[in-house]
Design a protein around this ligand. Structure first.
Ligand SMILES: [Zn+2]
Length: 204
């Protein structure tokens, strides 16, 4: 059986979710990591895991702010909401209080992305805070990085301690892969491992 370490489900309706889960069973996936990208979809992830988690298909929610949504004020709200959820096992969704015994698997999707308009220094502050949050909760991270591997590696090396985690959709040279590996990270394989560029990235 296989793990999908990165599948976004928060925008799907019930019919589409059922269809995705059926495909997962056909393709022998038994575990899904569902990343959060915003305050809202991090909370939706908990509800999806609560509603659809089952023994044959484990749906494990992550919570976090994607670099496209990097904002320290929103991150503070997310941290308060999730810390409260972990203590009380209840969280506000819309006008309702939702209760669940679903655990939070980790913090993500967090990271750096040079394609987005948010200044890199803001992204780095938000990422650093989320790495500290993951350490405090003793949870792994899901990291997204586009065009900023030098900055990400510099940040990770500058920290005394990092959480364990996954660098998702690895599409970099094997020398870079080794640095992440030596820092204690695993690599999530994206579509690139299926195309002709895979050898270039040491994925053959
Ligand atoms: Zn993603």
């Amino acid at each position: 059986m296989y793990i999908d370490t990165h599948i976004h489900l928060s925008t799907l309706n019930h019919t589409d979710l059922k269809s995705v889960f059926k495909d997962c069973m056909v393709h022998k996936l038994d575990t899904l990591f569902i990343p959060g990208t915003s305050l809202e979809d991090s909370i939706v992830n908990i509800k999806i895991a609560h509603d659809y988690n089952q023994n044959i298909l484990r749906i494990l929610p992550f919570v976090g702010l994607h670099p496209f949504n990097a904002n320290m004020q929103i991150l503070e709200k997310l941290i308060i909401a999730i810390d409260n959820y972990l203590l009380s096992k209840s969280i506000v969704i819309g006008n309702e209080i939702f209760s669940s015994d679903i655990n939070i698997m980790g913090i993500g999707e967090i990271g750096l992305d040079k394609r987005c308009e948010i200044p890199l220094n803001v992204q780095i502050d938000v990422l650093n805070t989320q790495l500290d949050w993951a350490l405090r909760l003793k949870k792994p991270v899901l990291i997204h990085c586009v065009g900023a591997h030098n900055e990400l590696i510099r940040l990770l090396k500058s920290r005394k301690i990092n959480p364990k985690g996954i660098i998702h959709a690895a599409s970099f040279y094997k020398e870079t892969a080794k640095i992440y590996y030596d820092l204690g990270f695993k690599l999530g394989l994206g579509g690139i491992c299926l195309n002709h560029q895979s050898k270039k990235f040491g994925l053959q």
